[in-house]
Design a protein around this ligand. Structure first.
Ligand SMILES: [Zn+2]
Length: 153
C-alpha cells in the first residue's frame, strides 16, 4: 500500500534526508514558546541533531516514522516493491541513528527522539520537553545565544 505521495517518494528514493520538516517545525515552535533556546543542525555534534540545547547538553532528533522505523507505528510501512532495497536503506538509517546516540552519549550529551506521529500533538511535545530538559529558567535563557523565532512553514 502506498502511503506517501509522489514527491515524497522521489525524495526518499533519492535518499535525501529532509530538514525543516513540518514535524520539526512543530517541535521548534513548542520549544521556543516554552523559552528553551536551541541551535539547529549542529554539524559539530554526532548525527547533526535537529535541535541542540547547549545549556542542557541535550539534543532532540525529530524522526520520520517511515524513514527511521518507528516500531509499531502505522506510518512505519515497507513499500511492496524493491523490498530488499528499502530494508537495506532502513537498516542503514537505524544503524546511523544508534551510532549517533552512542557518540553523543560519549560526549556527555543526552538525546531524545520525537517521532513524526507524536509531533502532531503540541501538548505531548510540551510534556516531553519539560520531562527531558527540566523547566526552562529565565536566568539561563538570558545568557544563552539568542535565536530567531522559528519561521512558519
Ligand atoms: Zn510514528
Amino acid at each position: 500500500m502506498d502511503v506517501v505521495d509522489a514527491r515524497t517518494r522521489s525524495r526518499m528514493m533519492a535518499g535525501i534526508q529532509s530538514k525543516n520538516t513540518k514535524p520539526e517545525m512543530a517541535v521548534r515552535k513548542v520549544a521556543h514558546a516554552l523559552g528553551y533556546r536551541y541551535r539547529l543542525h549542529r554539524r559539530d555534534l554526532p548525527g547533526t541533531p535537529d535541535l541542540a540545547f547547549s545549556r542542557f547538553r541535550a539534543v532532540i532528533q525529530v524522526h520520520g516514522c517511515f524513514w527511521h522505523r518507528h516500531e509499531g507505528c502505522r506510518f512505519c510501512t515497507t513499500p511492496a516493491s524493491n523490498v530488499e532495497f528499502w530494508q537495506k536503506k532502513f537498516r542503514r538509517n537505524v544503524e546511523r541513528d544508534g551510532k549517533a546516540e552512542v557518540a553523543l552519549a560519549a560526549k556527555g550529551w543526552r538525546m531524545m527522539v520525537v517521532w513524526e506521529c507524536q509531533a502532531r500533538d503540541a501538548a505531548f511535545i510540551e510534556t516531553g520537553l519539560r520531562r527531558f530538559l527540566g523547566e526552562p529558567r529565565q536566568e539561563i535563557i538570558a545568557n544563552d545565544t539568542p535565536v530567531s523565532p522559528p519561521k512558519t512553514a
